[in-house]
Design a protein around this ligand. Structure first.
Ligand code: NAD
Length: 482
């Protein structure tokens, strides 16, 4: 058991409160994974001040050189990849292969965004006037506050921190209390790689104190948030009051449409992966499968048969496919929604039970649930559950399936399984979602292309890919008469 500190102004620092909190393994709650600083608004203010002081020096380092520092951080993280992946499985619960994949993704992001340092160019434009040059360039915003959730505990901190730093901003990162250890590992790598002291700061503690200070402090010029819709909406209002730039990535209720021409075995694999892997705790997870009438019975039977074979347990063990819910509250939410669905008239075909004996005795485990006879207006078809609960909805045809898929407030990710190119493009054209998959799980995105949703899922500019730097920079236009 290790005590982890905040990084403020380049020094590992205990919170002035003297208080700490611990994280426990959700697959074995007897195991304490780490002890962290229970910081408050004063700690956050200190970090913001350190960031403000350091930002000009960090921005003065030429951008390609800042990129080299990100590349060094990638190499440091790579040298520790296995350790960090194991820590992630112990703290967040996802399986070790999933955790390894996520650490690999963080390394790729650091390398990819590091390359942006040499590509931060602007434009030359012809002037209306004689002997005038017009040039544009990106300038950093100053101090940015990054607030992250627990479900991708290294990928999300990395996909915010890397573009913020490459643009020359100083960062204060506040990770989720439920899984802050990977963010510590990321910040260690950046610090050791040579990011200017004070340009990368980490403060752990409650969102209501540390996060709120980042949102309300006028020295923080932009806030990038990923998390629940409720928290994100409140942040948007607070940020708007002081006209801070804000970017929100929030919930989803993602559909997968399965058409009658789909290969059923392939479609089952796609849907099982999207709905149940990572315990359904992905913002892009499929929680509604909308199946064309002629195959609804055959598809559902094959889906249920496969769901019953899924191995639930401690993600460190070989062969485990699904880990625990992150905590007791999330597990209760999952079980509650199974009850809500049943009360609304849906039929529980498999799963939806707490697993609490033998290897499951000390964790937050439940069996993956499939519910049929779900109507589009039911709560289990409308509200984000964030767990291994899948609703099956029938559809008359592609048009009806798209109508049902779009009939929600969210618009993050959506998938279709079909062998028809025409149906696939019809779907791409008409679905209301920022991420669209054909014959692929709705979850599982790549680091070098834009990421984000529509409708209530997102607000502000896209993350990841080359467009990520748009949020973290502003254009300056220079007119030069010679
Ligand atoms: P959450 O909203 O509870 O917490 C997210 C972060 O906000 C945490 O660091 C938390 O401490 C902080 N926070 C809480 N209250 C705050 C406040 N008043 N001011 C400032 N910060 C505050 O979300 P969570 O439970 O950690 O994450 C799960 C949610 O995240 C799900 O809804 C999921 O869909 C969403 N998510 C979205 C994406 C995406 O890219 N769209 C990705 C991953 C997760």
């Amino acid at each position: 058991m290790t005590l982890f500190k905040n990084l403020i102004g380049g020094e590992w620092t205990a919170s002035h409160t003297g208080a700490t909190f611990e994280t426990r393994n959700p697959a074995d709650t007897d195991e304490v994974v780490g002890v962290f600083q229970k910081s408050d608004a004063d700690d956050a203010r200190q970090a913001i001040e350190a960031a403000r002081a350091a930002q000009p020096a960090w921005a003065a380092i030429p951008a390609p050189k800042r990129g080299e520092i990100l590349h060094r951080a990638a190499a440091i993280l790579e040298s520790r990849a296995d350790q960090v992946a194991r820590e992630m499985t112990r703290e967040e619960g996802k399986t070790l292969p999933e955790a390894r994949g996520e650490v690999g993704r963080a390394i790729n992001i650091l390398r990819y965004v590091g390359g942006e340092g040499a590509r931060l160019g602007g434009e030359y434009a012809p002037s209306e006037r004689d002997r005038v040059f017009i040039q544009t360039r990106r300038r950093p915003l100053g101090v940015v506050g990054l607030i992250t959730p627990w479900n991708f505990p290294i990928a999300i901190p990395t996909w915010k921190t890397a573009p913020a730093l490459i643009c020359g901003n100083a960062v204060v990162l506040k990770p989720s209390d439920l899984a802050p250890l990977c963010a510590v590992r990321l910040v260690e790598a950046l610090h050791e790689a040579g990011v200017t002291k004070g340009a990368i700061n980490l403060v752990t503690g409650p969102g209501s104190k540390v996060g709120n200070e980042l949102v309300t402090n006028s020295a923080v010029k932009a806030i990038s948030f990923t998390g629940s819709e409720g928290t994100g909406s409140a942040i948007a209002v607070d940020a708007a009051r002081r006209r801070a730039r804000v970017q929100l990535e929030m919930g989803g209720k993602n559909p997968t449409i399965v058409l009658a021409d789909a290969d059923i075995a392939d479609a089952v694999n796609v849907v099982v992966n999207a709905a149940f892997f990572s315990t359904g705790q992905r913002c892009t997870a499929t929680s509604r499968v909308i199946v064309e009438a002629p195959i609804v019975e055959r598809f559902t039977a094959a889906l249920v048969a496969r769901a019953k074979t899924l191995k639930v347990g401690n993600g460190l063990e070989t062969g485990i496919e699904i880990g625990p819910s992150i905590d007791a509250k999330q597990l209760a939410t999952v079980l509650d929604y199974v009850g809500v669905g049943t009360a609304e008239g849906a039929r529980l075909l498999t799963g939806g039970e707490r697993l609490s004996s033998g290897p499951h005795a000390r964790g937050y485990f439940s069996s993956p649930a499939v519910m049929s006879d779900v109507a589009p207006e039911m709560r289990i078809a409308q509200e984000e559950i964030f767990g291994p609960v899948l609703a099956v909805l029938p559809a008359r045809n592609l048009d009806h399936a798209i109508e049902v898929a779009n009939g929600i407030r969210f618009g993050l990710s959506a998938a279709i399984c079909t062998t028809s190119l025409t149906s696939a493009y019809e779907f791409i054209n008409r679905i209301e979602a920022g991420l669209v998959m054909v014959n692929l799980p709705s979850a599982g995105v790549e680091y070098h292309v834009p990421f984000g949703g529509s409708k209530a899922s997102s607000m502000g500019m896209r993350e990841q890919g080359s467009v990520a730097i748009d949020f973290y920079s502003e254009w300056q236009t220079a007119y030069v008469k010679y």
